[in-house]
Design a protein around this ligand. Structure first.
Ligand code: ATP
Ligand code: MG
Length: 424
């Protein structure tokens, strides 16, 4: 075979899509419960949007974007994440003018990052994300975290850990940044070339480096916690008490910095603590991004959000041995015998479907025995047997597959009778 699915992508086959649909159902129901409305933005955006909002010095922008020039000579990028497009849409559509603030939005869709493929890391993956834009109330931080956790809980996951940190506001970050430059500066030669270029541009990123994470200077680096000003510290305390009020447990990790530039104040990750889970344990990441809307010419609109991939949620379910309820079986399979029964059988099929009964019949011109096998494989709850005699008489044989009972039913009464059986 000459063609293969592109590296880092996967086909989600019919045997798997059921699980995806169940996850999407959980997401839609919970977002409705929390009153988040769905937004659908394009798969690609102007490249500059991500450069500006995600940040020029991040791995995502520097190494992972699928960027191309279209026939009109525009630089476009397949979206690597969902927050920048949502904030772009918020500003462009003047959602800051909506009477109900904050504006609470969610999305589910494919994201694209040029990454090294490994378990839980793909080049095309599906993220569910939620954003609440327009409020700086610490309660909304806790709400957003609760929503993310609820998705995992409804999927049956038990081994979860919420890790929390405060990145402070611009003032704290500037002071902390200075301290980091002073800390790493004299020894920066011992770090990777990426970190060397991060030193001046964005030293916080050094703490998150996947190459140098074992270097002792990372463990001894000045902690953001020591640089929080009074206002930021109070905000963080408030977020924590809101979480306490919801009965949500968390761990504070002063070294938690997120991969994207735009975060301030609250940053969080939800990890799987299941034994069966692979090397990557982060299921979900999020945080506050006050100032992001202004960055692209909008008004001040503080926001907070998170994103999680469905792929990692399903991996965590597998690790914990959680499965969804089986796909509902077929209601009825129509078995026809003889040429004269085919057209009446097909007509009946249409009528059953019109009545909302999930039905199927043979299209391969197979013998009765083979048709019965199909009915078994599809786990049909009932089988309708239709031969030439039945057609002449205006009846069908209705077989209940659970107990093997077979009764003769006039076609006119069939749908009524079947609904009884299906409900019973
Ligand atoms: P990581 O440190 O694992 O690279 P990240 O910081 O790049 O994660 P975010 O950009 O915050 O991740 O994305 C949020 C979530 O999206 C992650 O927690 C993870 O569930 C998921 N995710 C990110 N990248 C991928 C990927 N390449 N494949 C599958 N899921 C991903
Ligand atoms: Mg990443």
């Amino acid at each position: 075979m000459k063609f293969k699915v592109p590296r880092g992508t996967q086909d989600i086959l019919p045997s798997e899509t059921w699980k995806w649909q169940q996850v999407e159902k959980i997401i839609d129901e919970l977002c409705d419960l929390y009153r988040y409305k769905e937004i659908r933005t394009p798969i690609f955006e102007q490249t500059e949007l991500f450069q500006r909002l995600v940040g020029d010095t991040t791995d995502v922008v520097q190494k992972e974007m699928y960027t191309f020039t279209d026939k009109g000579d525009r630089s476009l990028t397949l979206r690597p994440e969902g927050t920048a497009p949502v904030v772009r849409s918020f500003v462009e559509n003047k959602m800051f003018g909506y009477p109900d603030q904050p504006v609470k939005l969610y999305y589910t869709g494919p994201m694209f990052r040029y990454e090294r493929q490994q378990a839980g890391r793909y080049r095309q993956f599906v993220q569910f994300g939620a954003e609440a834009i327009g409020s700086a109330d610490p309660a909304i931080d806790a709400e957003v975290i609760a929503l993310a956790l609820d998705v995992y809980k409804r999927a049956g996951l038990k081994h979860l850990k919420l890790v929390l940190n405060s990145l402070g506001d611009t003032e704290c970050r500037t002071a902390h940044r200075k301290a980091l430059v002073a800390h790493f500066g004299p020894h920066i030669g011992e770090f990777c070339t990426d970190c060397q270029s991060r030193l001046e541009k964005n030293p916080l990123r050094i703490l998150d480096c996947k190459v140098d994470h074992g270097h002792p200077l990372i463990a001894s680096a000045p902690s953001l916690a020591d640089y929080l000003n009074e206002e930021s510290a109070r905000y963080f305390e408030d977020v924590k008490s809101c979480l306490d009020n919801l009965g949500i447990e968390y761990e504070v990790d002063a070294n938690l910095v997120r991969g994207l530039d735009y975060y301030n104040h609250t940053a969080f990750e939800i990890m799987s603590t299941s034994d069966g889970f692979g090397a990557i344990t982060t299921l979900c990441g999020g945080g506050r991004y006050n100032g992001l809307a202004e960055e692209i010419g909008g008004p001040s609109a503080p926001g907070i959000g998170f994103a999680m991939s469905i792929e990692r949620l399903l991996l965590a379910m597998e690790a914990e041995g959680k499965t969804f309820q089986e796909e509902p079986a077929l209601d009825v399979y129509i078995v026809t015998l003889g040429e004269q029964a085919r057209q009446p059988g097909f007509k009946l099929l249409g009528e059953l479907r019109a009545a909302g009964i999930r039905s199927e019949m043979d299209y391969m011109d197979r013998k009765m025995k083979a048709q019965m096998k199909s009915a078994d494989r599809l786990q049909a709850q009932m089988v309708i047997l239709l031969g030439e005699d039945e057609v002449a008489e205006g009846v069908v044989q209705l077989k209940n597959m659970a107990n093997g009972e077979q009764v003769k039913v006039p076609v006119a009464e069939l749908i009524e009778k079947m609904k009884e059986t299906l409900l019973g």
